[in-house]
Design a protein around this ligand. Structure first.
Ligand code: TRP
Length: 327
């Protein structure tokens, strides 16, 4: 049976891009495979250092997964930081990972490029440099096979395979080589400006804001100056949004609206209804959970107990392979 694993970094509240790109497909997959879904809270410490934000974001992202219908009975749902075996594996893998492999990471290279003319490593913490090794540890500790991620994470999965290969050839075969599952067309939602939706670009739509704010944010999706009555382009950001929230029959109707030149403003009203109908039930559940953190804590602790069982069994075999075992 395929083991699916994915995580979201806890550095903000969840946005609509997280939902379409990661949460909705992972919840679908979890109905037919063994799934590990986790909150990458140690990864978040690299991106921002606000204790309040990390704490709050852990609650809101966990509550969002549950509210969106994650089947917590059949999924292993946990915080990265609650599984100490991940950190132990992180060191074992750090010890055999070539520095040159990390030098080639896109995120690290992008910062180095932006530092041209200054110290190349300005604003680079060791955590950022080692990021792909921690991500490999997240995946390899459970020997996961399939990793649903955005295309920006593809290189990290390739690095995970390289690191797994290095371990297997050094110490004996233990790790599976995981495959990325890159979002399909209907699971990539661009930001308001048409670029990748991201907290860092401030071009996101909150997953669970109240209706008025949702409508306001949808109104900010970038369009062009085409007038009512003029045909609207199918390669527009707005059309992409419709694709992510419509079934086949619905998208045909929308297609007609675009062809017949419905006004951008009216199209946005339609889009609001579509998104709001999909999210409204989950929104209520989300608010209930946010106001009852103890319930979320209990659900996570249950998942963590299950995760630790698998992780500690795997880690003891891994330790034994590297020569760390009882005398
Ligand atoms: N790096 C991922 C992101 O930024 C989050 C993440 C951390 C992750 N560890 C993971 C995703 C392991 C998949 C598997 O989106």
């Amino acid at each position: 049976m395929t083991t699916v694993l994915t995580g979201i970094t806890t550095n903000g509240s969840p946005h609509l891009g997280n939902y379409v790109g990661a949460m909705r497909p992972a919840i679908e997959l979890s109905k037919k495979s063994e799934s590990y879904i986790f909150l990458a809270d140690y990864h978040s410490l690299i991106k921002q250092q606000s204790p309040e934000l990390t704490h709050q974001s852990t609650l809101s992202i966990a509550a969002a997964w549950i509210a969106c219908g994650l089947d917590i009975e059949n999924t292993i749902f946990y915080r990265q930081s609650s599984i100490p075996q991940i950190m132990e594996l992180n060191w074992i893998l750090t010890s055999i990972t070539p520095k040159g492999l990390m030098n080639r990471a896109h995120a690290y290279k992008a910062i180095q490029d932006s530092n041209r003319g200054q110290d190349k490593d300005k604003n680079v913490q060791m955590g950022l440099f080692n990021y792909p090794i921690l991500m490999s540890s997240d995946i390899l500790i459970f020997n996961a096979d399939l990793i649903p991620v955005g295309s920006d994470q593809k290189q990290h999965i390739e690095m995970t395979r390289d690191i797994a290969n290095k371990f297997n050839s050094t110490y004996g075969s233990f790790f599976n080589l995981p495959e990325p599952l890159i979002s399909e067309r209907t699971s990539y939602l661009p930001g308001l400006d048409g670029n990748k939706m991201s907290k860092s670009y401030s071009n996101f739509i909150d997953l669970f804001s109240e209706e008025k704010r949702l409508q306001k944010q949808i109104n900010k999706i970038k369009t062009d100056s085409r007038e009512p009555g003029e045909e609207k382009p199918r390669n527009s950001t707005l059309y992409k949004y419709f694709e992510c929230f419509s079934n086949a029959a619905r998208i045909k109707e929308i297609d007609n609206c675009f062809r017949d030149g419905m006004a951008w403003g009216d199209l946005k009203k339609q889009l609001f209804n579509l998104i709001n109908n999909e999210l409204a039930p989950a929104r209520n559940k989300y608010i209930e959970l946010i106001n009852n953190p103890k319930k979320v804590e209990d659900i996570l602790q249950e998942g963590e107990a299950k995760a630790i069982k698998v992780a500690s069994k795997n880690l003891s075999e891994i330790r034994s392979l590297v020569g760390i075992r009882p005398l």
